[in-house]
Design a protein around this ligand. Structure first.
Ligand SMILES: [Zn+2]
Length: 167
């Protein structure tokens, strides 16, 4: 597949403040759009022209392709619900002779939401139920459930490690 988001030279700079307030680590905002439901679409591109191969640690700057466009739910910005839209990028690793996907630290691996949204929804101080959380964050029930499940598992793992350390 090919790139779906094309940018003008100045775009990163023009949207620099939005990138900064979004706290993004690996993405730069390059365009925005508000849809009929007042959902803020932030179009992004990768901040880096290189990536580290997860198998061998070799740095690559050989672009392979843009396998798909991703649509990722993010935490609200000043009360407005946010969707990040960007092309995932694959690089070729010369050492391994195969392509790999550039990691995006802002997104929970293999999920459709950001780390920031995960942290907000899984905050143990929140007492809302799944339906209320889904409404507040503008995401489906399934996403809220998957976040709460993941957070529960993470807590269990942490407890197991802790028990191992004291025993
Ligand atoms: Zn490699």
């Amino acid at each position: 597949m090919t790139k779906t988001i094309h940018i003008k030279e100045q775009a990163r700079e023009s949207f620099g403040i939005l990138t900064e307030i979004s706290g993004l680590q690996d993405l730069d905002v390059v365009a925005k759009e508000v849809d009929a439901e007042n959902l803020l679409h932030l179009y992004c591109v990768s901040r880096w022209d290189v990536a580290v191969c997860p198998d061998c640690g070799e740095i690559s700057q050989n672009l392979h392709d843009y396998p798909r466009q991703r649509r990722i739910h993010d935490a609200p910005l000043r009360g407005q619900k946010v969707l990040l839209i960007f092309d995932s990028v694959r690089f070729d690793c010369e050492a391994c002779k195969k392509p790999f996907t550039q990691p995006v630290r802002d997104v929970v691996p293999d999920c459709t939401y950001t780390q920031r949204l995960y942290e907000e929804i899984s905050d143990p101080k929140r007492k809302q139920d799944v339906a209320t959380l889904a409404e507040i964050y503008g995401v489906g029930y399934k996403i809220v459930e998957s976040i709460l499940l993941k957070a529960g598992e993470a807590k269990l793992t942490a407890r197991r490690v802790w028990c191992k350390n004291i025993s």
